[in-house]
Design a binder for this molecule. Structure first.
Ligand code: UD1
Ligand code: MG
Length: 448
């Protein structure tokens, strides 16, 4: 029989100033592949199904509290350091004696597997009160260094700013992820002081404090440094984006999509591609895209919040905005923008067109330059187009308007009234043709 499982709680720290981001937004709300950093971390933590997840935020971080729901938030009144941030979570952990996983909100790419490894390291034996996730860098960034004992347990962590040159030469660094015995956490946190270079209460003092009581800290070593891409600046954020995009491209290829030039395709965290999808170079997927089977998306298309069913062809240079749903065998060609619209099977909108707040019936042809005038300056209105309609070039459909099945709208018409099924609408001034006028005009000009 398995031993009874030690309960798990998780505390995520997000209350720092994030000064190096130079941003009005909380650092953890900056996005990686269309999803706030904090969500990346939460999704991994949720895989471990802890009893509680407590997110420590700054007092004004309403957006963070909203984003992490239904998980609870506690406020750290002033960012006095990572140790003080853990202190802010203690009341929410009152009576909890299981393992407490402490994670930094700005290490968003840590996987559930690594977190599990860290938890197991902490459960090594009764002499072990804590585990720290370490990573070795050839050229360490300004991270805390792990000073080891000869028996490979951790002696203490020294912050980069407090380190001597010898200590700074240590390659093994603190990722910031800890797993701590919940029964001892409050006592140890109470012993953290702030006599250091930054005058802050450091969580990294805990291993030294435990050691004084003869309690050991073990280090779980991470070999995939990409997982601990810490985000302290915009440059770091760009690195994290690169790491995630690499993973998403790999996943798309493994799942049976062809990416003609993978490095130029940008995915969102939630992009779903069917079987035998071909994606051309320089295609960008925003959040909320679901693509069916046998779809081709040509180069330079930008797609967000859209569903594309089987056998569609999109682009090059197409823009599909939120609320777009292309049923099967739809073609949306170059410089066509579609927003909040449903295009039934086999609709063709091949060139230079705008379709907004519309529903277009099966088999309809929506020609070059046609647009829905869906906005009257105050409100948006709907355009409903029947099946097998011919919407000619440069047609303006002034919404709200409905075109019956099989209607034919001649090029250049502006349609302001509903059109009956199978009717022809021609809305244009009669053509005047003056025979020989051009030749006479040329002669006159040349004579000057
Ligand atoms: C921290 C670690 C360092 C580690 C590095 C890895 C400490 C003292 N240092 O340094 O050893 O190598 O992470 O990235 O822990 N936060 C609060 N309240 C505060 C201060 C910070 O919630 O008062 C939060 C921040 O929002 C952030 C996280 O804690 O998400 C880490 O803080 P940050 O200032 O980025 O620490 P680092 O300098 O990166
Ligand atoms: Mg940091």
């Amino acid at each position: 029989m398995d031993a009874p499982k030690t309960p798990l709680a998780c505390v995520i720290l997000t209350a720092g100033f994030g000064k190096r981001m130079k941003s009005a937004r909380p650092k953890v709300m900056h996005e990686i592949a269309g999803q706030p950093m904090i969500k990346w971390l939460l999704r991994s933590v949720e895989e471990l199904a802890p009893e509680k997840i407590i997110v420590v935020t700054a007092p004004d971080a309403v957006s963070v509290a909203q984003t992490v729901k239904p998980h609870m938030t506690v406020v750290q009144q002033k960012p006095l350091g990572t140790g003080d941030a853990v202190r802010a979570a203690l009341p929410a952990l009152a009576g909890f004696t299981g393992d407490v996983l402490v994670l930094l909100g700005d290490m968003p790419l840590l996987s559930a597997g690594m977190m599990q490894g860290l938890i197991e390291t902490r459960r090594h034996g009764p002499d072990t009160g804590m585990a720290v996730l370490g990573v070795e860098f050839k050229n360490p960034p300004a991270y805390g260094r792990l000073v080891m004992n000869p028996d490979r347990t951790l002696n203490r962590i020294v912050e980069d700013k407090d380190a001597t040159p010898e200590e700074r030469a240590i390659k093994l660094c603190n990722t910031g992820a800890f797993c701590i015995d919940g029964a001892r956490l409050a006592d140890w946190v109470g012993k953290i002081g702030n006599t250091n270079a930054q005058g802050e209460y450091y969580i990294t003092d805990l291993p030294g404090i435990a050691a004084k009581e003869g309690i050991k800290t073990r280090v779980c070593i991470l070999y995939d440094a990409d997982e601990v891409t810490g985000v302290n600046s915009r440059a770091d954020l760009a690195v994290a984006e690169t790491v995630v995009q690499k993973r998403l491209r790999k996943k798309a290829l493994e799942n049976g999509a062809t990416l003609i030039d993978p490095d130029t395709v940008y995915f969102s965290w939630d992009t779903k591609l069917g079987r035998d999808v071909v994606v051309g170079p320089n295609v960008v997927f925003g959040p909320g895209v679901v693509v069916g089977d046998d779809v081709t998306i040509h180069a330079f298309s930008h797609i967000e919040g859209a569903r594309i069913d089987n056998d569609c062809v999109v682009g090059p240079f197409a823009r599909l905005r939120p609320g777009t749903h292309l049923w099967q065998k739809v073609r949306v060609g170059n410089f066509v923008e579609v927003k909040n619209s449903l295009l039934h099977d086999g609709v063709k909108a091949n060139h230079l067109a705008y379709i907004g707040d519309a529903e277009i019936g099966a088999g309809t042809n929506y020609s070059c330059g046609a647009i829905t005038a869906n906005y009257d300056g105050f409100d948006k209105h709907k355009t409903v187009i029947g099946e097998n309609v011919m919407v000619g070039s440069n047609v303006t459909l002034v919404a709200p308007v409905t075109l019956g099945n099989g209607a034919y709208i001649a090029a250049g018409s502006t349609v302001t009234k509903d059109v009956s099924a199978d009717a022809l609408v021609v809305e244009r001034a009669e053509t005047k043709q003056l025979e020989g006028w051009a030749a006479r005009n040329r002669k006159k000009k040349n004579a000057k």
